[in-house]
Design a protein around this ligand. Sequence first.
Ligand code: G3H
Length: 332
Amino acid sequence: MTTATATASPTATQLPQTTEGRNPGMDLDMDWVMRARANRSAIERRATTLPGRRSVKKDHQAAWLARAISCIDLTTLSGDDTAGRVARLCAKARQPVRPDLLAALGLEGLTVGAVCVYHDMIEPAVTALHGSGIPVAAVSTGFPAGLSPFHLRLAEIGESVQAGAEEIDIVISRRKVLTGDWQGLYDEMRAFRAACGAAHVKAILATGELGTLQNVARASLVCMMAGADFIKTSTGKESVNATLPVSLVMVRAIREYHERTGYRVGYKPAGGISKAKDALVYLSLIKEELGDRWLRPDLFRFGASSLLGDIERQLEHHVTGAYSAAWRHPMG
Ligand SMILES: O=C[C@H](O)COP(=O)(O)O
């Protein structure tokens, strides 16, 4: 493991049993936070080994692509979003792939994990998804910069929950990370979590603006200690969004948190993931670093606006036989 907390991880005999249910958080453990490190060169070396290592049988590949679909937070976060656009997106969420392809692959009933929108679009999304079981996720707390007054950020969460969002994607204050104000970050995240009530909360770290991988590791731990249900890389609006090195740091923090507390926190890479091949590399990373239990929509999501289209094209190739043996991914 590359974070310093690895050296402080409990031995196998000390490991707690997994505790089912939502992460309640814990008191801020500043010693644990300050021990967190990230060895950039080791992380980057590991990240380069992830893509394209061995090919997989065609049948397995379709199943993994279907798994990726079930973990997508199908997203539209544009200033020109309309109720009509959101309704079309929700129709796609219900029926992510052409029915004939689904039938050919035996994947009837497949849906995405959630639909992710701005607050104003919650109502049309809830209406369009009625009866589907697909939750609406709302970005909140002054997304994407998170710089609006604190009481307004809390109020925004409350309004989004009231409007029917079952998942709230909050943005943290990057300046609290950049100035090492870990207590301030913890208190902010704790308040966001409380404002969410029964809604699940995803903490967006905006890793492209946190400066160092060490900051990413520390911010990940603090948000989990404060009760985040998921930690998420990015808003999709930063100049650098989800990357494999950042993902390795975050999922290892999730692993350490699980080892220490027994609670499983979910992971959501977001921003710039638009190719089926890339999605499979992320699934591979999760499988190898956290295990199969995390490869389900309650613990893993892609935040993506255009990934689904490429996955659908790849599934079409599988059905029509246009699959290319050169198209490889690292899962067996
Ligand atoms: O959280 C989701 C992201 O905003 C989506 O980013 P994307 O449009 O680059 O896929």
